[in-house]
Every structure is written in C-alpha cells, then in structure tokens.
Ligand binder design. Structure first.
Ligand code: ATP
Ligand code: BTN
Length: 254
C-alpha cells in the first residue's frame, strides 16, 4: 500500500527532481504560509545537510529525501523530542514494509548492523515561549547499491541490508501513519512517556558501554535508556545515573 492515508501529514506535497535541501525548502514555504504537515520530497538534493552543517549524501532516485513541518502547542525546548518521535516512526515503517530490524542511535540516527541507514534533522523557528514551526527532515537510504568511498563502512541502504529493492512511496505512506499516531500521543502528554518503552527497545547502545564526546572530552558510561524528556540516561562505574542532553554531544559505541 503506497497511498497516503493520513489526516494531516502530507496534505500539501511539493515534489522536486532537484532541490538544494528539502529542509531549506520547507522553511521557505513555512515562512510564507504554514500548513500543518506540509511536505517536500526531492529525488536528489545538492546541499543535503546533517547535524552541525555536515554534508548529507543525497543521490538521485535511490533515497527518500523529505521534510515536513508541524507546529506543536508546546514550549520551544520540547521541540527536540520530535526527533525521537520521528526515529521511532521511521523504524516501525521500515519494519512493516521490509521486515528489516533497525536500531536507533540516540538521538537522531537509525542503523542496521552499526551502519547508518537513516538520518533525521529537526530544525525549529521559535519566539521566546512559542514555537512558530518545526521542520523535520528525514533521509532514508533505500535502493542504493553502493556508497562513495568515504561512506562505504559507515552507511548502508535497505537494499544492501535486505537484498530486495523497496518501493519508496510505501515507506513514506507507512511513516505518515505512524508519525501521526506517535506525534499526537506526544503532544497530548507533552513528553515521551507514551513512546519511551518502544523507543528503548530499539536503542542500539542499550546496556552497552558508550563514549560521550563533547569537544575534546571523552567519557565512558553505560547507556541505560531515555527519560521522558528524551535525554539519554547513562550510568557511571559507581552506579550513578546522569542525563545527557542531545545537542553538541556525540555518542560512540565502544
Ligand atoms: P553524531 O554522532 O555526532 O550524530 P554522525 O556521524 O551521525 O555523528 P551527523 O551529523 O548526525 O553525524 O550525520 C552526518 C554524517 O552522516 C556525515 O558526516 C556523513 O558521515 C554521514 N552521511 C552523509 N550522507 C549519508 C548517507 N546518505 N547515509 C549515511 N550516512 C551519511
Ligand atoms: C543527520 O544524520 O545528521 C541528519 C541527516 C538528515 C538528512 C535529511 S535528507 C532530507 C532533509 N534535507 C536535508 O538537507 N537534510 C534532511
């Protein structure tokens, strides 16, 4: 099934053969007129980006490069939690359509066998206390047969992992259904309590040692889960539990 059966996700869709970045495009559109769930999809991006302005490889026809906008009635500091809502919805959609099990690398990546298959970039426009809109950008490596040398051992696609080509529209349609469901629960609760358990089941580093990298510092901890605000919970050697906020922190498996 590849038709959209959503209430508001993708009610307005703009489709591009080539665009700079779908995140930039949805921002431009939302600045003019915001429509809940407005979606941009491109076959190829010339300036696809990840966190910290890193390059996101977005070749033609083989991936899902899409962005959409929402406006939750929540304080701006809660917007980053939408990244986790999104990751869960993408992982569930991939499982339903392809049968592949993925794992979530907190907060914004989805991996298969420690290679990245999905990246999520959440960007917000806000005043002091109100969100104007949040743009959620998702890159899914679907049908590529290989990657450029610099990504070869870091990236994978659903095709490489599963051995069959996947219809991209099926994943978009399933994602829309799951996202609406989880996002509405999140907005009602104002936190991640309703999806925390499901998210934690997919956490790649759960109960494993990780390095928390912030600038030049590198600390070893054991990741134990997330709290309802989406922070990563980690434990030190003495059993003390700390919370790690998403942002400039990177997590590396050991
Ligand atoms: P962090 O742990 O800080 O999140 P990261 O390596 O996951 O680090 P991001 O900024 O989240 O970094 O993602 C961007 C990175 O993803 C790029 O630096 C590049 O290595 C990698 N990348 C770029 N294009 C793709 C792609 N199509 N598929 C998989 N990985 C990609
Ligand atoms: C990351 O892993 O750092 C996030 C990568 C996000 C990539 C997607 S592709 C669609 C949207 N447009 C962009 O420029 N980036 C996101």
């Amino acid at each position: 099934q590849s038709r959209l059966e959503t209430k508001w996700f993708g009610r307005k869709i703009s489709y591009f053969d080539v665009i700079d970045s779908t995140n930039s495009e949805i921002k431009r559109q939302a600045e003019k007129e915001f429509i809940p769930g407005m979606l941009a999809i491109a076959e190829k991006q010339t300036l696809g980006r990840g966190r910290k302005e890193r390059h996101w490889e977005s070749p033609a026809k083989t991936g899902i490069w899409m962005s959409f906008a929402v406006k939750p009635d929540l304080p701006p500091y809660k917007a980053s939690m939408i990244t986790l809502v999104t990751a869960l919805a993408v992982a569930k959609a991939i499982k339903d359509v392809t049968g592949l099990n993925t794992e979530i690398k907190w907060p914004n990546d989805i991996v298969i066998g420690s290679r990245k298959v999905v990246g999520i970039l959440t960007e917000m426009s806000a005043e002091m206390t109100t969100i104007n809109y949040v743009v959620i950008g998702i890159g899914i490596n679907v049908n590529m047969e290989s990657f450029p040398a610099e990504l070869e051992d870091k990236a994978t696609s659903l095709y490489i992992a599963g051995g069959t080509k996947v219809r991209r529209s099926s994943i978009v349609a399933k994602f829309g259904k799951y996202f609406e469901k989880y996002y509405e629960i999140f907005c009602k609760d104002g936190n991640l309590s309703g999806i925390k358990d499901e998210y934690e089941k997919l956490l790649v580093n759960r109960n494993k040692e990780v390095y928390i990298i912030e600038g030049d510092s590198r600390i070893k901890r054991v990741a134990i889960g997330i709290d309802t605000d989406g922070e990563l919970l980690v434990k030190d050697d003495n059993g003390n539990i700390e919370k790690i906020m998403a942002g400039e922190v990177s997590i590396r498996g050991i």
